[in-house]
Design a protein around this ligand. Sequence first.
Ligand code: SF4
Length: 361
Amino acid sequence: MNSIQRRASKRIYVGQVPIGGGAPIVVQSMTNTDTRDVNATVNQIRRLEEAGCEIVRVAVPDREAARAIKKIKERIRLPLIADIHFDYRLALEALEAGADGLRINPGNIGGSQALKAVAREASERKVPIRVGVNAGSLDKKVVAAHGGITPEAMVTSALEAIHLLEDQGFYDLKVSLKASDVLLMVEAYRLLAEKVNYPFHLGVTEAGPPLAGAVKSAVGIGILLSQGIGDTIRVSLTGDPVLEVEVAYQILRSLGLRQRGIELISCPTCGRCQIELENLVAEVEKKIKGLPYPLRVAVMGCAVNGPGEASQADVGIAGGRGWGLLFREGKPIRRVPESQLVDALMEEIDKIVREREGENA
Ligand code: SF4
């Protein structure tokens, strides 16, 4: 059960997707294709959407990339955010091309006149801006004033950037305070949460290769979400961004904040394990991938303890010698030959789904 009290934040919209103000926490990712390569970018965005990504960001390093947004947008359904550094003209072109959101650093976009132009154009098109502060690129003066890259330095930097936009009458904002140091990032978001009510985009930046990056992201993002802080998340991993989306949902699911598809739980196995569990888990994982049912399914190593240990699962199987046990909510249903265990589980999943549909009809 979800008992997390979410921080009250302002609601903004990226395209049709609400962020903040109590909306479900939004999962986003970023393409790693060359944005100018429209086909490759569209294909990756479609794969991201299939995995559950709700907003996608693309890098806009030059005018060609900014213009490509128009063609990309014609072929995708997800709202698209243009990621821009240094050159405000790219932001204007991205808006012209139909970007649904901008990610900029107001401090490095080309001065106050440039920022004014971007804010005016974004405001007219009702396009929100993310103020993205990154610990690695803080203003030297701010770092010196705070005696280093501290949470306070990050917050000062964010507030300066927010004020620059507010001075232009622009309030359609969300904020990120990314760092690759988990404690730094956690503390920075916590401090800023006391000062503004804009929605927060959470992320640990340069998190690393998949395993290390997933753990680091889960710790940083998870700590904040567990305290109710955060409105949209992006897990940064080196590699295929589809994995970022899968990890993001694992984080949200483990905190009871979002449920997408089947949650698979399995035991770590121990000396009582009576079945080749790793292969069995992989087989079940393959079969349930992409199924949209909000169920918890367990695959356990022994029939003696498995059903009890997985009593919170809706349905599960537990191994025996040559046979296994099918169970629901911790209670055995029947013994099944080992070779038929996965099929029996899939049939039972179907049955539960039909029962629930019947109840809701
Ligand atoms: Fe060990 Fe059985 Fe528990 Fe798995 S379910 S950890 S095999 S006791």
